[in-house]
Design a protein around this ligand. Structure first.
Ligand code: NAD
Length: 243
């Protein structure tokens, strides 16, 4: 599980551990990641932290190998690590900033899928869940690279679902709207014009609790979703269905 030190990822680590899963948490933020694992241990759960930069393939490979070696296999992969990247309109958006955000959000998810799938092929299948965004399905302002990365995640999700359905590997994505996390706090401060409107326009007003996303990830990772694959599922309080 990547990006597990904060926000949606952290809530998902907690949700899985409450349901007796053993979780390997990967994140660039070692201090926060270790704190999450300590908290899980204090509550009687089982989790391991591996410092991971998802834009580095060797890091992601090591993360997956840790899960296989320590816990005997890999049932669920949650590719969730992400960054909002630069907050600028297209005319002012630097190419290097575009590469940075795509490197983390899109290439990072690709590495997680690639190495997760390799492990699952050895082990009779599993469930992969990628964190996309409403930015993949509608226009949001100030985030060229972010929008591109999240639309790319939807494409990879559908393609991998086709490739591996017969190997027992399901691949789905969740599309959060506005969730109460540190990422959303940063965007709201730097680009209020790009967030105020969305918070108001969610059919369910306000921000989602990260746990509301974690619950859907829990479902998609479970046998309750045994027939669900290739789906890019909005979890956004009705934002996308509005006129
Ligand atoms: P967050 O900032 O609270 O958490 C993101 C986590 O990813 C952090 O722990 C961070 O350290 C980690 N991370 C960043 N770059 C990394 C890298 N290169 N390698 C490994 N870890 C890295 O934000 P969040 O809102 O919980 O974001 C989680 C996911 O949800 C992201 O993919 C984000 O794009 C997506 N999302 C969030 C919202 C929202 O409203 N918060 C909306 C749509 C999509």
């Amino acid at each position: 599980m990547t990006g597990g030190a904060s926000g949606i990822g952290r809530a998902t680590v907690e949700a899985y551990c409450e349901n007796d899963a053993s979780v390997v948490v990967g994140d660039v933020d070692a201090e926060a990641g270790e704190a999450v694992v300590d908290e899980i241990a204090d509550a009687g759960g089982e989790a391991t932290f591996v410092e991971t930069d998802v834009s580095e393939e060797a890091d992601v490979e090591r993360l997956v190998a840790t899960a296989v070696e320590r816990y005997g296999g890999l049932d669920v992969v949650f590719n969730n690590a992400g960054t909002e990247g630069a907050l600028a309109d297209f005319a002012d958006y630097e190419g290097a900033d575009f590469d940075d955000v795509v490197g983390v959000n899109l290439r990072g998810a690709f590495y997680g899928m690639k190495h997760g799938i390799r492990a699952m092929l050895e082990d009779g299948g599993g469930s992969i869940i990628n964190t996309s965004s409403v930015a993949s399905a509608t226009g949001i302002m100030g985030r060229a690279g972010y929008s591109a990365s999240k639309a790319g995640i939807n494409g990879m999700t559908r393609a991998a679902a086709m490739e591996y359905a017969r190997d027992g590997i399901r691949v789905n994505a969740v599309l959060p709207g506005i969730v109460a996390t540190s990422m959303q706090d940063r965007v709201a401060v730097q680009r209020p014009d790009a967030t105020d409107r969305y918070e108001i326009e969610e059919a369910m007003p306000g921000r989602a609790d990260p746990r509301e996303l974690a619950n859907v990830v829990l479902f998609l990772g479970s046998d309750l979703a045994s027939r669900v694959t290739g789906v890019c599922l909005p979890v956004e309080g009705g934002f996308l269905v509005q006129p």
